[in-house]
Design a protein around this ligand. Structure first.
Ligand code: CP
Length: 304
């Protein structure tokens, strides 16, 4: 089987993504399976902190019968400290593992590692660029909502927060533009918060959405909330070259639809008050949990 990297959200075709969603759904339902990855090894190499991405990938691999080797602070605990290049590290790790999950603060770093790797590389987040597997679990969660919670498969989404620096917004917006329709989700509108300093996303994100025929606009806080998906992100302070950036706090207005779902890639800060957790529209912990099943399905797809 040819090697397949997942460096950008669009590296899987819509048909492949739908296949992964259906398999993830089966894992989530607890349907029995023979562990397909016994004897296979996942290496997680993280140069940036992570709770969800690293642990859910490792848990997914263990549940599939495989094993994991891992460094959580590769900037400190790998030979990068001694001047080793990402390419050399990836090449060497290819001899020790069957698949690599890689996170780094620089845009394009996962692609750089993949050029030298001899096994599949999954981008676990590179700078402000992409976080493809987060987008897969985000779209999977929206897909779940279209299969019972929403009255139709139509989606009007509000991106609320630091859309400019958020790789999860980039990757999800790209998938909404290119893959949503083929997995059965009709995206009518994508709005971005206009009142925050960093609410406007990167221009390529707007271009992708506009090209696909999705209505793109700016939403002012306190304007009516006719959305059924709200995607909140924290202020990505570690990526700000500018000082500050206003922190907005998400508070659903009375008009926010009762069938809406509130998503957040997590971790959260003050933009998403804990008091919201009791709201039946708060789906962000369900979303994080979906990461396990989607990553199980992805690892099986790439390795089996
Ligand atoms: N959503 C996400 O990528 O979380 P972590 O940074 O904890 O992996």
């Amino acid at each position: 089987m040819p090697r397949k990297h997942v460096l950008a959200a669009t590296d899987l075709t819509p048909a492949e993504l739908l296949q992964i969603f259906k398999r993830a759904e089966s894992f989530k339902r607890g349907e029995a399976f023979v562990p397909p990855l016994t004897g296979r090894i996942l290496a997680s190499i993280f140069y940036e902190p992570s709770t969800r991405t690293r642990f859910s990938f490792e848990s997914a691999m263990l549940r599939l019968g495989g094993q994991c080797i891992s460094t959580e602070n590769a900037d400190m605990f790998s030979s990068i400290v001694k001047g080793e290049s990402l390419e050399d590290a990836a090449r060497v790790m290819s001899g020790y593992a069957d698949i690599i999950v890689f996170r780094h603060k620089e845009n394009g770093s996962a692609r750089k590692a993949a050029t030298a790797a001899e096994v599949p590389v999954i981008n676990g987040g590179d700078g402000t660029n992409e976080h493809p597997t987060q987008a897969y679990l985000d779209l999977f969660t929206i897909w779940e909502a279209t299969r019972g919670r929403f009255e139709s498969n139509e989606v009007r989404i509000l991106f609320f927060g630091d859309n400019l620096h958020s790789r999860t917004v980039n990757s999800l917006a790209r998938l909404l533009a290119t893959h949503a329709k083929q997995v059965g989700i009709k995206v009518l509108q994508a709005s971005f918060t206009g009142t925050s300093d960093f609410g406007k996303p990167q221009s390529k994100t707007i271009d992708d959405l506009t090209r696909s025929g999705i209505e793109v606009d700016t939403w002012e806080q306190d304007a009516p909330q006719d959305f059924n998906v709200v995607y909140v992100t924290r202020s990505q302070k570690e990526r700000h070259s500018e000082n500050g950036g206003e922190i907005l706090v998400f508070a659903p207005g009375p008009e926010l639809r009762s069938d809406a779902i509130i998503l957040h890639p997590l971790p959260r800060n003050e933009e998403l008050p804990v008091a919201l957790d009791a709201d039946h529209r708060a789906w962000y912990f369900r979303q994080a949990n979906n990461g396990l099943y989607v990553r199980m399905a992805l690892l099986e797809f790439l390795l089996k």
